[in-house]
Write a protein that binds this ligand. Structure first.
Ligand SMILES: *Cc1c(COP(=O)(O)O)cnc(C)c1O
Length: 222
């Protein structure tokens, strides 16, 4: 099943209408090592973790050397477990996290690639910079020595309101284009999950984080 799901997903999420290749990041939270390795064998090149503890315990058992993403909320005291083992941090949602990543990276001689998380739906349940804050956050973080901003990440609200989803996705793409115009390192707009990735790609996302459509419904009981 996983193999089929991966093949289907990779063939559908190919290029966005901007002509950019869409990177599929498998969201592996609560999945066992065997399932993750099956997805990689089927063609998944990038995997994303939410929980540091899970990341650590599975790290040595993942086969095929995929690119590693961290997509969950990150506490600064856990950075040490990820540093040097994470290719892209999606959820940099506050200045202090970027500062701490830079400081610890500087001490270790490691530059971390990051995305700034935008709370595009202004939801109290989600973290991230507000739309209005993002440019000033960008300016403060861009000057830190050991982090490199590669783009933006957003999670759209859980709603069937296609009109709202479209509006927010377009708003994210415009913000992304604005940054991209003045910073040549900007290359990722990480937006889209199992329920909404098609819409997100249609309006300009080039990186999607997909769990359920690959692995099936998550079992929160283990
Ligand atoms: C779990 C998770 C996903 C994937 O969610 P699905 O709906 O299972 O595709 C994507 N992004 C983040 C940040 C997640 O925590």
């Amino acid at each position: 099943m996983i193999e089929l799901n991966v093949k289907k997903l990779l063939s559908e999420a190919n290029f966005n209408p901007f002509g950019e290749k869409v990177t599929v990041v498998a969201a592996v939270k609560l999945q066992d090592v065997q399932s993750i390795n099956k997805a990689i064998a089927a063609g998944i090149t990038d995997i994303g973790d939410n929980h540091v503890q899970e990341f650590k315990s599975k790290y040595d058992f993942i086969e095929g050397n995929p690119r590693r993403h961290f997509i969950g909320h990150l506490q600064t005291n856990k950075i040490k477990y990820l540093l040097g083992r994470t290719d892209l941090y999606h959820s940099v949602d506050r200045l202090n996290l970027a500062e701490e990543l830079s400081l610890r990276g500087q001490n270790a001689g490691i530059t971390s690639e990051i995305l700034l998380q935008v709370n595009i739906g202004d939801e109290t349940s989600k973290s991230g910079f507000s739309y209005g804050e993002i440019l000033s956050a960008y300016e403060k973080i861009a000057v830190l020595p050991s982090v490199k901003i590669k783009g933006l990440m957003a999670m759209l609200p859980f709603t069937d309101d296609e009109h709202l989803l479209k509006k927010l996705a377009v708003k994210m793409r415009k913000l992304y284009d604005r940054l991209k115009d003045c910073d040549k390192n900007i290359e990722y707009l990480s937006m889209g999950m199992s329920g909404d990735w098609k819409l997100c790609v249609q309006y300009g996302s080039n990186m999607i984080r997909v769990g359920t459509s690959i692995f099936g419904e998550r079992n929160y009981n283990n």
